[in-house]
Design a protein around this ligand. Sequence first.
Ligand SMILES: C[S@@+](CC[C@H](N)C(=O)[O-])C[C@H]1O[C@@H](n2cnc3c(N)ncnc32)[C@H](O)[C@@H]1O
Length: 211
Amino acid sequence: MQRFIDPEVEGYAERYTPKGPELLDELEKETIATMELPQMLSGHLSGRFLKMLCLINQPKTILEIGTYVGYSALCMAETLPEDGRLITCDINETYTKLAKKYFAKSPHGHKIELKMGPAVDTINALDCEIDLAFIDADKESYKQNYELVLTKLKRGGIIAIDNCLWSGRVVRPSSEEDLAIHELNELIQRDERVENVIVTVRDGINVVCKK
Ligand SMILES: C[S@@+](CC[C@H](N)C(=O)[O-])C[C@H]1O[C@@H](n2cnc3c(N)ncnc32)[C@H](O)[C@@H]1O
């Protein structure tokens, strides 16, 4: 993944952003050592950014699309009150086996509900409105996931969409994934139901607020 910020400057940002719980470092190390595609884990700066969105928005119900090994879910769950819920979904049993191990070790893991199966099924089956969502699964489904999540989101709620700069490929999209992300960024900019800002943290996070 291409980094947009000068590595030295990014290192500075990392140093002056608080570290997360040690358990997250342990999870990151085990992911790098044992899992395929460890770059899918959101990591320190994105993880703390997601936590910051939650501190500002104070969600009681969070939806995550794309669990992988549970890193981002654990970051957001840190902020949830005891009666808060984070519903996260994935289709891959190998990745989520590691997520379950770390949810069990975390003091916040009991607030996380893992649903196995395609995101569309989890969103359609939701029995409540949500305050905040993080969309971070297959890029071809981004538009569909965005539209569905928006119908379940409260006014003033936030959707954070990861990889919205896609290593810069959105500037000159050529593959289906490039186009899917670019078209969603375009749709969001025209969408009068929301206000948004693309934040250039890591691979870009499109932060969308429902009016
Ligand atoms: C980029 S990773 C998620 C990373 C995680 N959110 C984090 O930041 O640490 C994307 C995940 O989406 C999952 N995924 C792909 N297609 C999916 C679908 N249709 N429904 C739910 N999850 C899906 C993949 O199995 C993978 O674990």
